[in-house]
Design a protein around this ligand. Sequence first.
Ligand SMILES: [Zn+2]
Length: 435
Amino acid sequence: MNASPSPGADVSGDAYLPAHGNGGYRVLRYDLDLEYRPAANRLSGTARITAVATQPLSGLVLDFEPYKLNRVQVQGVNARYTHRGHKLRVKPARSIAEGAEFVVDIRYAGNPAPLNSPEWGDVGWDELTDGALVASQPVGAPSWFPCNDHPSDKAAYRLSMKVPAPYTVVATGRLVDTRRSAGATTWVFERDEPSATYLMSVQIGQYVEVALDDVARIFVPPRLRDNALFDFGRQPQIRRTLEDWFGPYPFDEYAVVVTDDELDDPIEAQGMAVFGAGHVDGLRTHERLVVHEFAHQWFGNSLTVADWKHIWLNEGFATYAEWLWSEAAGGETADELARRWRAEPAQQGVGPRIGDPGVRDMFSQRVYKGGALTLHALRGQLGDETFFALLRDWTSTHRHGTVTTADFTALAAHHAGRPLDTFFTTWLDTDTLPA
Ligand SMILES: [Zn+2]
């Protein structure tokens, strides 16, 4: 038996981002035991990765940005390694058999910095004026922990984060413990639901916490508290309404963080969303974004794309949730919004294909608004009863799994009781949208 990894072991096979993620194993669990000092922007600690080999492995590869590595062990035994570019290559003392579970421990320290990409700007761990945040979509996770950075390799997490006393840590997951020591607090979170690396997030700042209902809490700088409580005041109604359309909220908790700094766009994380100070004005100006990020908990976070080319399954659905909410809240109807956005220049003429937009246009308006237009047209084809039954079946069948466009179109045809190939080809696979 060949005990070396296949030639593709340092690639994921992703259609758009093949250099992110690796082959030969699947991660079951990450245990991150970390400490962060904001004044020095210093992150240090240990990552324990529990994984299972999907082939015989004489070595394995992880995605990880430059940190000083103090120790790399596999099964408790020191391993040889090289760390070049974004890849950490580990060679265990003994090969790992196919199907075997194994543990990798990596002790590291350094000054975290976001990855700068031409397409998406800075992603990953980023310093704030007073604190830090993590917004990783799509490839920022290796800026703060070694991982198999591909959305299809979802895993459980435990995160322990020690910070100086005045700071609050909000992280994806259930807060299970806080321990105070001299001048510092350690915050411990458990994330049991399988989660993609890009959706793991940490927010460190000086926040006050307010419960919005028995699921949602908001963490906000004191100066923005009153405006934020108004702007997020309908979050409980939004949850009930989205649950009617999309089925039960997929997590036990939802943390909304408003940073003291401006952010260009809010961003979703697992059971969490992060907004900038500029998204809060006490007038609910950005409520559509409150809905958009919350809808990602179903579309993106519970149901995660198996490959980045299926990104419309996240963004088209989250955008359509905005339109549905607008109508439910007495604003413009979904139909009015669909007609308005269809007339915008971004939906006219030749443009990226919604079902395969290419890596540069993953987050383009053609994917967001065009994806929502596709759903609105599908709703017209199926009628409301069948359309919403399809969405609830979609979220329940693939709950906490990974999905592709073909999965969705097949389920839609099943609910329609007839083939929809022509419909979906016309919307998703062509570079001009139908009238
Ligand atoms: Zn989005």
